[in-house]
Ligand binder design. Structure first.
Ligand SMILES: Nc1ncnc2c1ncn2[C@@H]1O[C@H](COP(=O)(O)OP(=O)(O)OP(=O)(O)O)[C@@H](O)[C@H]1O
Ligand SMILES: [Mg+2]
Length: 431
């Protein structure tokens, strides 16, 4: 005996009461729920409302015939997935083919053979139930793989961010090491030059004095001597040589200052927390950035206006704070250059680009450093994302978008300070 699954519903659409009776008794005794309709229209309505698991459909009916009913069932998304089995007379080969073409899964022939009807019904219900399970599993699989893809994408972004952050830190620390290394190497030779300038000046003076003395003691010189004196323009040389030595001394002194600034900037030797004069750190940063704000053929000068207040020494990691100054002043220069590139020479002359650096004591505990520029300013949308890692408006390869996020880490996390951006137009500061 073939038996149906509990609760499986079969809709039978047939206009012949005898057929209906036979099918009803066979199917219900096998445990199926049976719904019956006697024409195509009502069959469609019933299928739409009850969503049966299988439809047995007669071909010849009053009103719309079985083929049309089947077409409409398949055209409606609510019923298209319900398997349809046609019921035809044994001899109607053409009907069987038409029925299968209209979307039926099978056909049974009249007069009905009980066992055949039940076997076909059962097999198609099984196929349908397997199809549903398969579809559910497919959906689960799809969800799972979408979830997996999202996870992989998230993980990849995290890794990329960590990688870029490492590169930026590495870049900053290797810049520091390079600066410290160069400064260290230049330090000794420049000290030779500087140190030797004073005796060189003395020796030159001595030699010139000696020549003068010779001239006084032996005023009647011969023609060879006189020719040499003329050739080298002794009088000019005697006046100019001490000046040459002096300017060499000034140059060497300047290099010593630069070297001291570079060492101060990198502060590699001073990784510790210590008390420093912040003005020194700012000045050193400005010196390093000097080439970026002086006038060149391509760019107008950017004026630096320092308004240093009286501030106490501050306990900090000086090398790190220098990086913060470097990032903020560097950003100001970038913004001004970008702004200037769209301004006429006349505008540049009347309203030159400026960076203001103001320092003051807030109270006995805190000092403030304000760095402003008269560039285009920062829009509200940009201001909200300013300290986000990787937020940049600069072209690929120009900015990593890490400058301010690292500055935020240094000021807020490392020094328990505050870093804020105020994008109202720059104040003239009375200057
Ligand atoms: N002074 C400023 N004027 C106008 N926009 C600014 C200024 N300072 C920062 N910004 C904006 O903030 C963004 C983020 O700055 P941040 O220093 O974090 O990254 P970046 O300068 O783009 O790249 P990086 O510093 O890593 O080279 C900049 O791309 C720019 O749009
Ligand atoms: Mg930057």
């Amino acid at each position: 005996m073939v038996s149906g699954n509990l609760g499986e519903t079969i809709l039978v659409i047939d206009d012949t009461p005898t057929n209906l009776e036979v099918l009803y008794s066979a199917l219900s005794s096998a445990g199926y729920e049976i719904l019956v309709e006697m024409d195509g229209e009502s069959g469609l309505e019933q299928a739409q409302n009850s969503r049966p698991d299988l439809i047995l459909l007669d071909v010849m009916m009053p009103g719309i015939d079985g083929f049309e009913t089947c077409h409409r069932l398949k055209a409606n998304p609510a019923t298209s997935h319900i398997p349809v089995i046609f019921m035809t007379a044994l001899s109607e080969t053409e009907s069987k083919i038409r029925g299968l073409n209209a979307g039926a899964v099978d056909y049974i022939t009249k007069p009905f053979q009980h066992e055949e009807v039940l076997a076909r019904v059962k097999i198609h219900l099984q196929i349908r139930s397997m199809t549903i399970t398969l579809e559910e599993q497919n959906d689960l699989l799809k969800n799972f793989s979408a979830h997996l893809e999202t996870k992989i994408a998230e993980r990849t972004t995290e890794l990329q961010q960590a990688h870029a952050q490492l590169i930026q830190q590495e870049r900053l620390s290797s810049l520091g090491q390079l600066v410290a290394g160069v400064a260290h190497e230049i330090n000794n030779p420049v000290n030779f030059i500087y140190g030797n300038c004073t005796p060189a000046k003395q020796y030159t003076q001595d030699l010139l004095d000696l020549v003068k003395l010779y001239q006084e003691e032996y005023p009647q010189s011969n023609s060879r001597l006189q020719k040499k004196v003329d050739d080298i323009d002794l009088e000019f040389l005697a006046k100019d040589f001490p000046k040459v030595i002096s300017s060499m001394q000034i140059g060497a002194d300047r290099i010593r200052e630069i070297v001291a600034s570079l060492r101060n900037f990198s502060r590699l030797d001073e990784a510790d927390f210590k008390e420093v004069d912040l003005h020194e750190g700012i000045d050193n940063t400005l010196m390093i950035l000097h080439h970026r704000f002086k006038a060149t053929v391509e760019q107008a000068e950017i004026q630096i206006i320092k308004v240093y207040g009286k501030i106490p020494k501050v306990s900090c990691f000086p090398g790190q704070l220098n990086q913060v100054f470097m990032n903020i002043i560097g950003n100001a220069i970038d913004a001004l250059q970008e702004h200037d590139s769209a301004r006429s020479p006349e505008e540049l002359k009347n309203n030159p680009s400026k960076i203001w650096i103001e320092t003051y004591s807030v109270d006995s505990e805190r000092v403030a450093i304000q760095i402003s520029d008269n560039g285009a300013g920062i829009s509200e949308a940009v201001r909200h994302k300013l300290f986000d890692p990787f937020f940049t408006t600069k072209p690929v390869g120009k900015g990593t978008g890490l400058g301010l996020s690292i500055s935020y880490q240094i000021v807020v996390k490392k020094h328990k300070g505050k870093i804020e951006c105020d994008s109202t137009p720059v104040r003239a500061l009375g200057l």
